[in-house]
Write a protein that binds this ligand. Structure first.
Ligand SMILES: NC(=O)C1=CN([C@@H]2O[C@H](COP(=O)(O)OP(=O)(O)OC[C@H]3O[C@@H](n4cnc5c(N)ncnc54)[C@H](O)[C@@H]3O)[C@@H](O)[C@H]2O)C=CC1
Ligand SMILES: O=C([O-])CC(=O)C(=O)O
Length: 413
């Protein structure tokens, strides 16, 4: 799906006195952003729409000269074409991102991708093992963010303080034969502990939860934040971007479409039948036979299991998940930075169904979820309507299991 549908072209000459939070470097960054349908693709490829974002000091892999040349020539071209080249000066935002579980299979490639983001000034890595080496390694990349490693409970608070976005990918992955729910007993406690630390140290951060079983871990985090009196439903996200990434990939392969154009919303949750791709809402509009719809839906629902089985005991999806999570981080940072046209699917507190948490398309803004988009639930096919009704009892049970876990802990404490 397109993370943004922005078509206007803008040039932002940005002057900054330095990073936003507790950062040693004080670079004066001048950044130029292009955001246009006809524009060049971003270096990270994480923006679904075509874009380029380069900074004149130290940030881009393109190097300053090529960036400037590229920017100037593109700007001229756009000016000629549309006479709509906006230029303005603003303080550029620099953000601090903390990744918990950063030394793991997802954590390592994810932190590498985040390290490539020009919007990040500080990248904090936390894990219970091996993280200092990962941080040292990553810190040698000549991109703007300053990397720090934190390990063990005693360093968790320092990792989190001042974070704008926290990504939680700590916890065990599946092995063949397991469901995501089989991870509950181990991962629920990990999520609880980390959510408590987030509540204590960076209650205003956007929280991205990757740890499975997602359908339950997000409600667990919500309950913890509520207990701590800092719950903001607009800032808690279950990351379901991988389902969208898979749906886009499989649909484009099936229909021989250019990947960048394909946008398939995926709703519900993140396990088995709770993952519901809305193929009837795919853009560009595509038609499938009933058999194809059934096949594609099941493939998207089982894609995680497909990887678990092929990995044969060595874990679950890591690289595609890192890619998807980095895209969600990038979208969140762009929204925090004032981009007013950022849409993603995510599992959030919602009232568009009778379930308290539900994945759907959302609009991201400076304060997190700006709107939960309900319109895509209208006009579903019979197949999608039946699948939606069928997923609800399972999703409801997973949500209740998460809530009960926290409430039982309260009773036994
Ligand atoms: N939301 C989604 O779409 C997806 C979710 N996942 C989930 O992501 C989680 C992580 O997967 P992988 O990175 O492959 O696992 P992994 O085992 O490779 O890495 C997990 C990391 O978490 C760390 N960790 C464990 N307990 C911790 C704690 N209390 N505090 C901080 N760090 C801790 C471990 O030391 C390890 O480095 C799993 O639960 C997996 O099921 C995986 C793929 C997709
Ligand atoms: O299948 C798993 O266990 C990991 C996961 O959530 C995915 O790949 O979608």
């Amino acid at each position: 799906m397109a993370a943004t549908s922005a078509t206007a072209f803008s040039v932002i000459s940005t002057v900054s006195s330095g990073p936003k939070v507790g950062q040693v470097t004080h670079s004066k960054a001048v950044s130029i952003k292009f955001n246009s349908k006809n524009c060049l693709t971003s270096f990270s490829g994480l923006k679904a729409s075509n874009s380029v974002n380069c900074e004149s000091e130290s940030s881009s892999f393109l190097g300053n000269e090529s960036c400037a040349t590229l920017s100037a020539s593109y700007c001229r071209a756009i000016r000629k074409r549309s006479q709509r080249c906006y230029s303005y000066v603003q303080l550029h935002a620099f953000y601090k991102v903390a990744v918990l579980g950063a030394a793991g299979g997802i954590g390592q490639p994810l932190t590498l991708l985040i390290k490539m983001s020009p919007l990040v000034s500080a990248l904090n890595l936390y894990d219970i093992v091996n993280v200092k080496g990962v941080a040292a390694d990553l810190s040698h990349c000549n991109t703007p963010s300053r990397v720090s490693g934190f390990t063990g409970a005693s360093e968790l608070a320092d990792c989190l303080k001042g974070a704008d976005v926290v990504v939680m990918t700590a916890g065990v992955p599946r092995k063949p034969g397991m469901t995501r729910d089989d991870l509950f007993n181990t991962n629920a406690s990990i999520v609880k502990t980390l959510a408590e630390a987030i509540a204590d140290n960076c209650p205003d951060a956007l929280i991205h939860i990757i740890t499975n079983p997602l359908n339950s871990t997000v409600p667990i985090a919500a309950e913890i934040l509520k207990q701590k009196g800092v719950y903001d439903p607009k800032k808690l996200f279950g990351v379901t971007t991988l389902d969208v990434v898979r749906a886009n990939t499989f649909v484009s392969q099936e229909k021989n479409l250019k990947l960048i154009d394909v946008d398939v919303p995926v709703i519900g949750g993140h396990a088995g039948i709770t993952i519901l791709p809305l193929l009837s809402k795919a853009k560009p509009s595509v038609t499938f036979s009933d058999e194809q719809v059934q096949e594609l839906t099941v493939r998207i629902q089982n894609a995680g299991t497909e990887v678990v089985e092929v990995k044969a005991g060595a874990g679950s999806a890591t690289l595609s998940m890192a890619y998807a999570a980095a895209r969600f981080v990038e979208s969140s940072l762009r929204a925090l930075d004032g981009d007013s046209d950022v849409y993603e699917c995510a599992y959030v507190e919602s009232n568009i169904t009778d379930l308290p948490f539900f994945a759907s398309r959302i609009k991201l803004g400076r304060k997190g979820v700006e709107a939960v988009i309900s319109s895509e639930l209208h006009g579903l096919t019979d197949y999608e309507n039946k699948a939606l009704e069928a997923l609800k009892p399972e999703l409801k049970a997973s949500i209740e299991k998460g809530v009960a876990f926290v409430q039982n802990q309260l009773v036994t404490a």
